[in-house]
Ligand binder design. Structure first.
Ligand SMILES: *[C@@H]1O[C@H](CO)[C@@H](O)[C@H](O)[C@H]1NC(C)=O
Ligand SMILES: *[C@@H]1O[C@H](CO)[C@@H](O)[C@H](O)[C@H]1NC(C)=O
Ligand SMILES: *[C@@H]1O[C@H](CO)[C@@H](O)[C@H](O)[C@H]1NC(C)=O
Ligand SMILES: *[C@@H]1O[C@H](CO)[C@@H](O)[C@H](O)[C@H]1NC(C)=O
Ligand SMILES: *[C@@H]1O[C@H](CO)[C@@H](O)[C@H](O)[C@H]1NC(C)=O
Length: 367
């Protein structure tokens, strides 16, 4: 194969030069594009390969980037049991400030606190278009739209950038099992190619997909009663859409595992944790995982909530390494977590953890 290719290339090369000599310099340009473009392409590929060997490590002590030490509340500098996290392209942090019924925006290293971009700054709870009742997750579309999972209102709200109220794009406000209903919606994920929003419909033990503009959902994972077999989910919470494999990574909270559900498939395959739903605190076990994400190198990050730790799993490895927190220990020092719920990265791959019961967001700086 290699010999044939080289011989062909050589022949083409000779022919090209003879044509060039007789037909002039227009062909020189064609030749340059034929040779230079493949070389540039090859270089780009090898850079990508070099990136795969990148060193990823983080401080094990966090720094508070949102919220205040030992103080929950509804002031601008405070949070009250934050859950979902999202970043925009300038690394501004958005926080679903769960028990404050609002979404806060924190500029990087803000000294003045957060500003409310959805819900009410006063933290008042409600069911009309200006309010939330315990928002669990926030997803930021590149066009500035904020999607917010409004848990106890059983709906997902869309707040356009700068809007003073949201619009219901999924759910009816009442819990139910029909395709157009939700029951305690939790995590959100988005597939840009098809403009599909995924919602983990926690108490319905399923993940539903909503096409842009449709008020009807489609079940894409679970929906077969609560359970621990591969066709079932058990209180799914955080979700991540993986475009490379066209699948959803699901934090299957009650199954004590992270599973992959390919779109169109009728069952999950195990990524990490127990295949039969056992909880544990060893390096291959999880206990009540609430969230999952991937980095660009396909390492898997899991919020192992009841073990009070953030675990990293290299691709195809089942043994996790603790990046933040300490197994079985809870506290509010900068190295400990108290019931973490979500994890996220900024553009520099600094690691952020919603340290929910400490009412703070910690940054574990990459170095
Ligand atoms: C924020 O603070 C961190 C840590 O001190 C620093 O590395 C980073 O450059 C700061 N970023 C901005 C935008 O100020
Ligand atoms: C939402 O409810 C609050 C409190 O009852 C009220 O002040 C506000 O006018 C309502 N807004 C809308 C758009 O219904
Ligand atoms: C949902 O879709 C079904 C059929 O696909 C249709 O009969 C029904 O009217 C739709 N409901 C809503 C609320 O759009
Ligand atoms: C799960 O689905 C895959 C296709 O995605 C299929 O190949 C496999 O046999 C299924 N496994 C079970 C246990 O149903
Ligand atoms: C995982 O870690 C355990 C204990 O740390 C070790 O016994 C086991 O061999 C490891 N398994 C793999 C697949 O690396």
């Amino acid at each position: 194969m290699v010999e044939t290719t080289e011989a062909t290339t050589e022949r083409r090369f000779v022919v090209t030069w003879s044509v060039l000599l007789s037909w002039g310099c227009a062909f020189l340009i064609a030749l340059i594009s034929v040779i230079v473009i493949p070389i540039l392409y090859t270089n780009k590929k090898s850079n990508q390969a070099a990136d795969a060997g990148v060193v990823l490590r983080w401080n094990t002590k966090g720094r508070i980037v949102a919220g205040t030490l030992n103080e929950e509340g509804s002031g601008a500098r405070q949070l009250f049991h934050p859950i979902g996290l999202a970043f925009d392209s300038s690394d501004t942090l958005y926080v679903a400030d769960y028990e404050n019924n609002r979404v806060q925006k924190w500029s990087m290293n803000s000294t003045t606190g957060g500003t409310t971009v959805a819900g009410q700054a006063t933290a008042i709870m409600g069911a009309n278009s200006t309010m939330f009742h315990y928002p669990t997750d926030v997803l930021l579309h590149p066009n500035g739209d904020l999607y917010v999972s409004d848990r106890y209102n059983n709906r997902v709200q869309l707040w356009a950038s700068g809007a003073l109220e949201g619009k219901t794009i999924a759910g009816t406000g009442r819990a139910g099992t029909e395709n157009y209903e939700l029951n305690n919606p939790w995590g959100l994920a988005y597939k840009h190619e098809t403009k599909t929003l995924f919602i983990s419909d926690c108490y319905n033990n399923r993940v539903v997909a909503y096409q842009s503009g449709s008020s009807n959902g489609t079940v894409v994972a679970g929906g077969n009663i609560q359970g621990k077999t591969p066709t079932q989910l058990f209180f799914p919470t955080g979700i991540y859409f993986d475009s490379l494999t066209n699948s959803l990574l699901i934090a299957n909270w009650g199954g004590n595992n992270i599973v992959r559900w390919v779109l169109g498939a009728s069952n999950w395959t195990l990524i990490v944790g127990s295949a039969i739903g056992e909880s544990g605190s060893g390096s291959t076990f999880l206990n009540g995982p609430y969230d999952v994400t991937l980095d660009p190198y396909r390492n898997v990050y899991v919020v192992d909530n009841a073990n009070f730790r953030i675990q990293m799993f290299k691709p195809d490895e089942i043994n996790g390494t603790t990046l933040a927190g300490s197994t079985g220990r809870t506290g509010n020092s900068y190295g400990l977590l108290n019931s973490p719920y979500t994890v996220a990265f900024d553009s520099q791959l600094n690691l952020y953890v919603a340290d929910t019961f400490n009412s703070r967001v910690l940054r574990f700086t990459r170095y």
